[in-house]
Ligand binder design. Sequence first.
Ligand code: HEM
Length: 450
Amino acid sequence: MESSLSPTTAVLGYSAPAPFFASPSNPGPFLAKVSSYYIILIDAAGNRTRTIHSLHKRYGPVVRIGPNEVSFTSPSLIKEIYGQGTPYMKAPWYASMSYPPVGIFSLRDPKEHAARRRLLSHAFSQGALQGAEPMIAALVLKLLNRVRKADGRPIDMLQMFRRLSLDVAGQLFLGQSFQALDNEEPPKFSEWVDSMFISLGVNYAFPPVFQVMRLLPLPQVGEVLAAPAKIAAYGEKAYWEYIEEHGRKSARRDLLTKIIGANAEGGDGQAVLTDQETYTEVGNIIFAGTDTTSTTLTYLFWELAKHPEWQERLRQELKSRTSDEVPKYTTIADLPVLDAIMNESLRLHPAAPASLVRSTPPGGRMLDGHFMPEGTVVSIQCYTTQRDPEAFPDPERWDPNRWLRRSEKADAKRAKELFMPFSKGPRACIGINMAMMELKVTTATVVLHT
Ligand code: HEM
């Protein structure tokens, strides 16, 4: 990423348009072919994902969205780009999303990433999660009590679910809840997360603007720019408090213990993390695991509010299985209606809907009949794959029935390939089991008791 722009790149965008000359015939809007600012400006306005979706409807399964960037939709390319053993690395964009030391989400080198993933996998195993379930259940009960306290009055559930996911992540990865569900005021940490998105986004897309912002004597701008440092400092302080209180070999059942434990044992013979790498990693995990979960829950309950018949169907299914105040995950995990509602919400409202950008490997690749030279940024977005009309007829309709009716027919196979809210392959979400536990236990608890 360039830190300053020449007059030419200032007009054409930040990336050299070599692949544009190599393959000018890719379908797509003219402006996207000549300047990366086409998609950067659309992105800055918050319209990247929906615009790419419209472009696919107009131009088909291959669309050039920048001089060096192409979007695809074909199911066969999901395996090629994201599958096990893929030679496509995460695109340089990821490096810009992270401050050193780089965490699992942004590590681009496949070997380094695999070693880090093995180390962290201790914290995300089924066994670790089962041990941590009572902590999650206690926080879900707090959420239920906040909802009960509202006593039928309107309540901002996005805020409530955000508080829940933040408290869960804090409890499991920092050994202390953010107490967001205990207080009236939302925690500062949520504000910092919002600011961090702005700060990183401006730094990536408009480096000169970012440099100017740093010089501005405006307190509000200073607050936004300081957010990443505040998040890091919070994580560091909580980490040291944890070590001081519990030591490095505690019998606690939170997930930080697992990470520290894997480190202490030399984690499968792999390079271990320094303290600084550990608390930075923990900060990244909290970042990755909070808004994703709370956004999913909010959309799910919004759909349930619009479909009382599904609320009732779910309530009956849950009542047939449990009378616990907060149901145990193992008693509800396989319930078909709950599962269908979850899948349909993750399909229509995926929390990570946008393109997951990757770079084509040395030598380039022929994708869907178009040659992509080495280093082309290629991607597929689940917002579009999960709206494929062949696999998901009437795709804009929220209809859990489509998951209950599924058979082994060809459309079911296509749907399975195209459904990727947690991505696929070696870079797929490491927190999927934890997310499913939190999502299902929370949904079941609230639906059973309201
Ligand atoms: C509904 C909830 C969630 C959704 C939809 C979701 C989705 C995703 C997606 C699509 C990716 C791939 C991102 C990419 O390639 O750029 C990802 C990666 C990741 N997620 Fe999640 N996520 C969720 C919850 C969580 C939770 C609860 C945690 C942990 C507490 C978590 C931690 C991570 C991490 C660490 C990665 C990076 C994995 C790697 O590169 O190896 N996520 N997630």
